[in-house]
Design a protein around this ligand. Structure first.
Ligand SMILES: Cc1ncc(COP(=O)(O)O)c(C=O)c1O
Length: 468
């Protein structure tokens, strides 16, 4: 790109990603533009004041970014001559990147999964990491305790008792890198004890099914209705002695396992010596009343409780826990697994001990509730013929339509309009002809994008309907 100085050109070339501090955003955008060749060697950059005005940030943010990139060798500067690009792609080996060709980019991403990554408590985490490095005992820097860092297990057992109604001591807690890692290890344990199939909810989380299958355990679908897992259907299968269930907030339908079903499920486990894996993935966030307590708290001898920070902080941390006691421990003794880095566990322990984790959860609960309310209002306004489901908890909800609709087609129409959604059918094992539903995740969309995203969805749906 030749010498660019027009106002429009720089705002097109540099897109700020909205993550972290502004000077870091400017720095990343500039570095990427230089590396990709969109801004070529020799290009004179605008004066910091001018670029700041164009990008809508402070002049300080731009001078900081320029300074950093001068240090890194991408830019050069001389008094009186300004700042220019001094790096040409050929002066260093190109950075290898995973190809993103063909991967659609979205203006609004409403796929369920991510929590609000903008709200990650970066400063608190950094402070906790620093405190952990200072205070971790020397012994803690040796080979890790396979069960997990004891101070974290103690804090976690206290947290799970008070916030999830679990029956647990630090000795029952095992730290792993997430729900998926825990399930993988438990499945190996199930196989070692002669259990080679497990009932899973249909629909359910596709990734966890893949994890189970890759551990050599067959998944057997059991339908979910408006009361959650159909326990009667489970009980009819006398070859099944293990089940994976999202009791507090079913994924993806969002329904809560009804009180009667909870009792029936526990009764099933008692009668069959069954094992219940309770995936408690986003139960912290409940908006109409306090979160529903865990099944584990009703029958700790039959239920392994599973959770992680993937929804509460970020999936990038890779910390999760499982609670297993009594005979359930045999599943772990007959399999192997390991926890995340002890220093990361110690960091999380610091965050919890300082009360910052609880404060973060409270703040996120308020934030998600506000966003969910905005979403409900936008859906009622823009998509009034759709029925909202599963909105009382978690970070996603469902929309279903009474008429027979081709949701795959609507998903493509939404994608073409720049909005990502997932049809409910994508989570099914057995296709269900009456599946007129879509799943909308609102964890990681900015508040001010909610209304335009739903407007764009409504327009895309309407045009798909008229062109059908
Ligand atoms: C149903 C369900 N279970 C569990 C998890 C968390 O899994 P992990 O802790 O392996 O990230 C998620 C995350 O999206 C989920 O959707």
């Amino acid at each position: 790109m030749a010498r660019q100085s027009t106002r429009a050109a720089w705002t097109v070339v540099l897109t700020l990603d909205g993550l972290g501090k502004l000077h870091q955003q400017v720095e990343r955008a500039l570095r990427e533009a230089v590396r990709s060749g969109r801004v070529s060697s020799g290009t004179v950059l605008p004066p910091s004041r001018e670029l700041a005005a164009q990008l809508g940030c402070s002049r300080w943010a731009v001078t900081q970014a320029y300074g950093q990139l001068v240090t890194e060798g991408y830019l050069a500067t001389r008094v009186g001559s300004g700042t220019w690009v001094s790096w040409s792609g050929s002066s260093r080996p190109p950075v290898r990147r995973t190809s993103t060709a063909g991967v659609p980019t979205y203006r609004f991403d409403l796929a369920p999964g991510a929590p609000d990554l903008r709200a990650f408590p970066r400063t608190r985490w950094a402070e906790a990491a620093r405190a952990a490095s200072r205070t971790i005992p020397t012994a803690g820097l040796g080979y890790p305790d396979e069960q997990g860092y004891l101070p974290l297990r103690e804090l976690m057992s206290d947290y799970l008792q008070r916030s999830r109604g679990a029956i647990v001591t630090a000795d029952d807690v095992v730290i792993r890198s997430g729900v998926s890692a825990s399930v993988r290890q438990l499945c190996t344990g199930l196989r070692a004890t002669g259990i080679d199939r497990i009932a899973v909810e249909d629909p359910g989380w596709t990734r966890l099914r893949a994890v189970i299958e890759s551990a050599g355990v067959r998944t057997e679908p059991v339908p979910v209705d408006q009361h959650g897992l159909d326990v009667e259907r489970l009980a009819r299968r006398d070859d099944l002695r293990a089940v994976l269930v999202t009791a507090a907030h079913q994924f993806p339908t969002g329904v809560v396992l009804a009180p009667q079903r909870r009792l029936e499920l526990i009764e099933w486990a008692r009668r069959h010596g069954g094992v219940i894996l309770e995936d408690d993935y986003d139960a912290e966030f409940r908006y109409d009343r306090s979160p529903v307590g865990t099944l584990q708290g009703m029958a700790p001898e039959h239920v392994v409780l599973l959770g992680s920070v993937s929804k509460t902080l970020s999936p990038a941390i890779g910390i999760g826990w499982l609670v297993a006691q009594g005979r359930l421990r045999e599943l772990l003794e007959r399999s192997s697994g390991h926890g995340p880095s002890t220093l990361d566990q110690a960091t999380f322990a610091e965050l919890m001990a300082a009360g910052a984790y609880d404060r973060h959860l409270r703040a996120m609960q308020r934030r998600y509730k506000r966003r969910r309310d905005q979403l409900l209002a936008a859906v009622r306004r823009e998509l009034p013929t759709w029925t909202i489901g599963g909105a009382a908890a978690g970070l996603h909800l469902t929309l279903t339509h009474p008429a027979s609709l081709d949701t795959a087609r609507l998903t493509v129409a939404a994608r073409d309009a720049g909005t990502r959604i997932v049809p409910l059918a994508a989570y099914r094992i057995h296709a269900n002809g009456s599946d007129n539903g879509i799943v909308l995740g609102y964890g990681n969309i900015a508040d001010n994008e909610v209304a335009p995203a739903i407007q764009s969805l409504a327009t895309a749906f309407a045009s798909a309907a008229t062109s059908a």
